[in-house]
Unconditional design. Structure first.
Ligand code: SF4
Length: 522
């Protein structure tokens, strides 16, 4: 039996979250656990807490005791969506959870995940990190009526439900209907998807054939955990086992784990999002076996090598300082300072108590938002030649406001150093960057960007140096937003303008020809 217990009473109009200071929006976080004898609801709560940076619009979990699936979700942060009163009744031994940053579908309670679907006597719950790029095509193929589904994730749930019903009708009730339904549906999906799913007795993790979004497996004393990032394993006391391979599906049940490969081998082509290393992932995460924090420090070192601060031969007595844009720029600034020998210091304080959801999406609000979020330490700034290190610039509005703030605080010179190349192309695989027209560097030279931002000099880390800092082969990354080379073609009939409004797409050398990218997903 499967029932649905949505927490529909509380659906506050949470502001649509926007990326913090000039960053792309995160991509959602997923968590799954199969652990008899543990309080899986509390473990899921903790896991989602560790993944909060990946989505702040809504949080939810589905818990099963082997008989009934109960779903609880709400708008806002994990700490808002759940408290002891809500967690205590969620008894069971398997669960999946989700934190959402919407890139398709409205930011409302109905689109919060996990998504539940009943299929005969069974039920499934699904959490999705990523974006499909053939949603419209899939919906048309499946004959889904307009308005029936509200996001790409919802469509996947719909397709799985249909496939489950077909499987159930075949009267082969061996409890593996979800697994077989996934084998039918997954090969039809294109784009970015790390899924956690469950029926009443299995937890399943799936990573798309390109592995755009991370997903890892951990071991508890008496169970298993799936999570977008390794810190979510740490927080629940699970030992890291491994990252799921691109194109891998892991099924967890009472007999342990099984690794399956539901995609044709020719589709498997690892392309982890390079921006997971640059910005999205937590610094204490491990990706491709590398610690993200260390990689970010190396980015700073290589940036110092590539774009040093030239000596001021006229006023050599003027002090220099390397400072980060907190908090994302800190590791790269540390690396820059270490390599250059210029003292490291802090020139901006971040207000840690303003949630990301505070910042409204409009340009004007973003400008105000930077002042709410960052405040200068005047004594550290006044009269100095500042090397200001940040990891990326997307729209530029808030970076410009930050530069103006440093000038007002008395900075003598501002030399902006960015530990990634210019962000010129919209992301179609689950990051909210807006359309190409919104990207500051889309059609500007570095000099023009510098002039717009108002800094004295500007340098971006070159792509080969950025990849070198990860200590991973370049072929293992998606770099579409930096190069325009989209590893997975996007259906031309997808929703126009939502993520990739530009028709100009450079084909990935040796990869699939890229079409005009358009629609992001959930
Ligand atoms: S386009 Fe950029 S942000 Fe999107 S998946 Fe590729 S590297 Fe990541």
């Amino acid at each position: 039996m499967a029932t649905y217990c949505g927490n529909a009473v509380s659906a506050p109009a949470v502001p649509v979250s926007s990326a913090p200071v000039d960053k792309p929006g995160e991509a959602c976080g997923v968590f799954g656990v199969y652990a008899p004898g543990h309080s899986v609801a509390h473990l899921t709560f903790l896991g989602l807490y560790a993944l909060q940076h990946r989505g702040q619009e809504s949080a939810g979990m589905a818990v099963s005791d082997g008989d009934t699936i109960t779903v609880v979700k709400d708008m806002g942060l994990v700490s808002h969506a759940f408290d002891e009163r809500k967690l205590a009744p969620l008894q069971g031994h398997l669960a999946v959870g989700h934190v959402r940053y919407s890139t398709t579908g409205a930011s409302n309670w109905g689109n919060a995940q996990p998504i539940y679907r009943g299929a005969g006597d069974a039920g499934i719950a699904l959490g999705h990190n990523g974006n499909l790029v053939n949603t419209a095509e899939l919906a048309a193929e499946a004959g889904v009526l307009p308005g029936t589904v509200t996001s790409d994730s919802d469509l996947v749930a719909e397709l799985l439900q249909e496939a489950m019903v077909v499987e159930a009708a075949r009267a082969r009730s061996d409890g593996r209907e979800l697994e077989r339904a996934l084998y039918q549906v997954l090969p039809r999906l294109r784009g970015a998807f790390s899924f956690v799913l469950m029926d009443d007795s299995h937890v399943v993790g799936v990573r798309d054939p390109n592995g755009f979004r991370p997903l890892c497996l951990g071991r508890l004393d008496n169970g298993w955990v799936l999570a977008s990032e390794t810190p979510a394993l740490d927080i629940v006391g699970a030992h890291f086992i491994r990252e799921l391979d691109p194109g891998e599906m892991v099924v967890i049940d009472a007999s342990g784990t099984r690794s399956l490969r539901p995609f044709p081998p020719e589709r498997v082509d690892p392309k982890l999002c390079l921006f997971e290393f640059v910005y999205f992932a937590r610094p204490d995460s491990r990706l491709y076996g590398q610690t993200v924090h260390s990689a970010r420090q190396r980015m700073g070192e290589l940036l110092a090598d590539q774009a040093p601060l030239l000596a001021d031969i006229f006023r050599p007595e003027r002090p220099s300082m390397v400072m980060p844009v907190p908090e994302s720029g800190i590791p790269a600034a540390e690396g820059y300072a270490r390599h250059s020998g210029i003292p490291f210091g802090h020139g901006l304080v971040k207000n840690r108590y303003i949630g990301r959801t505070f910042i409204a999406p409009g340009q004007e609000q973003r400008s105000q938002g930077v002042r709410m979020k960052l405040n200068p330490i005047r004594e550290n700034i006044a009269g100095k030649r500042l090397v200001v290190v940040d990891d990326s610039i997307v729209r530029g509005t808030t970076t410009r406001a930050m530069v103006a703030m440093l000038r007002e605080a008395g900075a003598a010179e501002i030399h902006l150093r960015i530990s990634s190349p210019p962000y010129r192309w919209p992301c179609c695989y689950g990051m909210d960057t807006g359309s190409r027209a919104e990207l500051l560097a889309a059609d500007l030279t570095v000099t023009e960007v510098r002039d717009y931002l108002g800094c004295d000099t500007l340098a971006y880390l070159e792509l080969d140096r950025l990849v070198a800092a990860t200590e991973v082969a370049a072929s293992g990354f998606c770099t579409a937003c930096l190069t325009g080379r989209y590893p997975v073609a996007v259906s031309p009939d997808e929703e126009p303008g939502s993520c990739c409004s530009s028709p100009v797409v450079v084909p990935e050398p040796g990869g699939q020809p890229a079409g005009a990218p358009t629609l992001p997903g959930g």
